[in-house]
Write a protein that binds this ligand. Structure first.
Ligand code: ATP
Length: 594
């Protein structure tokens, strides 16, 4: 059995069902202990021709055999079968419900965790928590409760019966068992450590597999299949070693348990034989005693199994608890209020930002203002801090007080949910879900119809592409949307963001994979449909942002210049240089194509 803050509640919640299961278990255990007494009657009956029952001497004949042995045996078997079925239902049913509930709670917590958590914990590790570790916890809950109480009841009742027959023989049989319990406690701790190591090795392996499958296109393009295979083999070997180390100690422990059991059998046969020889016991009684001891073997084995299982379950539960206890780092401040309706005004005031694990400032002393309804272009070299800047508007990370204002209000005084409700976002990686195109586009809204979906697909200039798919908007996209091209992916993501129709729209390098004609059409649609709403567009191509109301030019985390494209071209030499270089590149490309 495993305990802990996240576990104890389930013992309470399932207490009625577990109690019913326990009643069935006690009944089964009680009736199982009737069997050795039946053996005793049969053996003594055969040996002596009569049987002593409750102080009465009865002849051992067919009537006796039928009424006192066979009929009770059938009854006992029926009770045992029905009881076992019932307790399995109670214990295993509760364990499955516990697993489902834990999984819900884990997922619930995961969705609240900040981006930082996902940078530290890879997907493979999280997946193994949701599968492997939860499975172990489930096993440990169902079988753990069962084994614990079974060992307690069955063992207790059998020992009482043995004691009633001969206390000295009982004590002699139990001495090796006491040794066993001491050793088991020590070995149990070792097994738990090894299980933890095993689970960590498995997590690493599943992390690696997950990344390899996601990056299969890169692996193939670089012909690095063999290299990946070698790396996989290493991790698989590490997993195997960890597995073997755990299995070794687990098997050793089981052998240890059987050894102790065999030694007890030796004691019983030796001293029990002597008792029969001395006339203190008859043959039937010795068989009956051995029958009771046989009934104790399962609880003893169960104690061994229980210790092994508990050590695994506790290690897995510790890992699950870490996830359940993980707290989001970006949370609403006490007193933060929802913003009624975001208007779209954004102001950065001397904002300096460093990533939690960063070694330098990603943004330095940034100050600028975006008025509601403005179209703003954000340009700068790669790695200059553009994505960081928009991530802060979305409150993906914490910012110092008074450095970022939304509609004139400190972003820390606004609830995160209301802020994000007011924003729409096309991330750089254009993630699409493995779902239909229709549901991908409508992801941000609750109610929609076919007409609206088509309308936004047209605005993102992807409607004609979708029409060409055999199932149109009902086409199911493969994992991470691999069945569509990069440009189509970008435009479906744009349609999704446009459909949310939020006061602030952020597009992070979202038209980089489309041709200039399509880009122009999308930008024109953006201008028309988003009149009066704020739009921030990150781009590398100057053509994407030259029509914007304002351009922010960022370099190495600093805002170098802000103004219209023409103003910047006239007044900012770095910007002029960048624009001229791009023009030269474009002309060069055109010349080359001609
Ligand atoms: N999660 C992170 N932890 C630590 N540093 C980060 C993290 N994300 C980005 N950085 C660093 O912050 C700096 C700015 O990165 P950012 O992604 O904002 O650049 P960018 O201008 O959007 O680049 P690109 O145009 O290539 O997308 C970079 O030096 C980057 O290495």
């Amino acid at each position: 059995m495993i305990f802990g803050r996240h576990m104890n509640r389930y013992y309470l919640r399932f207490a009625p069902v577990l109690l019913m299961g326990l009643l069935a278990l006690v009944a089964v255990d009680y009736f199982q202990l009737v069997i050795p007494n039946l053996y005793q009657m049969v053996i003594n009956g055969i040996n002596q021709g009569y049987v002593e029952v409750d102080g009465q001497t009865l002849p051992f004949d067919m009537d006796f055999l039928l009424d006192r042995v066979c009929m009770p045996m059938v009854g006992v078997i029926l009770v045992i079968v029905a009881g076992r079925f019932f307790w399995r239902l109670c214990f295993m049913g509760s364990a499955i419900r516990l697993e489902t509930d834990l999984r819900d709670r884990m997922f619930d917590n995961c969705k609240n965790l900040s981006r930082e958590f996902y940078q530290e914990n890879k997907v493979g590790n999280l997946m193994s928590l949701f599968t492997n570790d939860l499975d172990t916890v489930q096993d440990c809950f169902g079988w753990g409760v069962l084994m614990f109480f079974d060992a307690l009841f069955m063992g207790g009742m059998a020992i009482v019966k043995m004691w009633g027959m001969n206390p000295l023989l009982t004590v002699l049989s139990m001495i090796p068992m006491a040794f066993l319990l001491c050793c088991a406690t020590i070995i149990g701790r070792k097994m738990m450590k090894r299980w933890e190591i095993r689970q960590e090795a498995f997590s690493k392996l599943s992390d690696f597999s997950q990344e390899s499958f996601s990056g299969i296109a890169v692996i193939k393009a670089f012909v690095k299949e063999a290299k990946e295979l070698l790396a996989f083999k290493d991790l698989n070997k590490e997993n195997e070693v960890a597995n073997i180390n755990h299995t070794k100690i687990s098997v050793l422990f089981r052998i240890f348990v059987s050894l102790f059991i065999e030694s007890v059998v030796c004691v019983i046969l030796g001293y029990g034989g002597y008792l029969v020889y001395s006339g203190i016991f008859n043959a039937g009684q010795l068989v009956e005693f051995i029958g009771y001891f046989n009934a104790v073997i399962w609880p003893i084995m169960a104690v061994g199994e229980l210790i092994d299982m508990t050590s695994r379950g506790q290690a897995s539960m510790n890992r699950v608890s870490e996830l359940l206890d993980a707290a989001p780092t970006v949370v609403d401040r006490p007193g933060a209020e929802p913003i009624e309706r975001v208007k779209g005004g954004i102001e950065f005031r001397n904002l300096t930002f460093r990533y939690p694990d960063g070694e330098y400032d990603a943004l330095e002393n940034i100050s600028f203002k975006i008025e509601p309804g403005e179209n703003v272009g954000l340009v700068g070299k790669t790695g200059s801090g553009k994505t960081t800047l928009v991530d802060l508007i979305l409150r993906t990370y914490n910012v110092p007080d008074g450095t970022l204002l939304i509609d004139g209000k400190d972003v820390n005084d606004i609830t995160i949910r209301s802020l994000r409700d007011g924003c729409s976002y096309v991330p750089q990686d254009n993630f699409l879900f493995s779902d239909t195109i229709e549901r991908n586009i409508a992801f941000g809204v609750e109610d929609y119809d076919d007409k609206t979906i088509t309308q936004y697909a047209k605005l993102a200039d992807v409607a004609n592409d979708i029409k060409k798919f055999q199932h149109g908007y009902h086409t199911v996209l493969g994992e991470r949307g691999v069945t569509v091209s990069g440009g189509q992916k970008q435009r479906i993501s744009i349609a999704r963001a446009l459909m949310k129709n939020a006061p602030i729209l952020i597009l992070d390098d979202s038209v980089s994979a489309v041709d200039t004609k399509t880009e122009r059409s999308i930008l024109q649609n953006l201008r028309e449909t988003r009149a009066g709403k704020t739009t921030i567009l990150i781009a590398h191509r100057i053509s994407t942002i030259e029509q914007m109301d304002k351009v922010l030019f960022i370099d190495e985390g600093k805002l170098v210049a802000a103004g219209t494209h023409e103003e910047l071209y006239r007044t900012c030499p770095e910007y002029t240089k960048m624009v001229d270089l791009q023009k030269l590149d474009e002309e060069g490309a055109e010349h080359h194509n001609a």
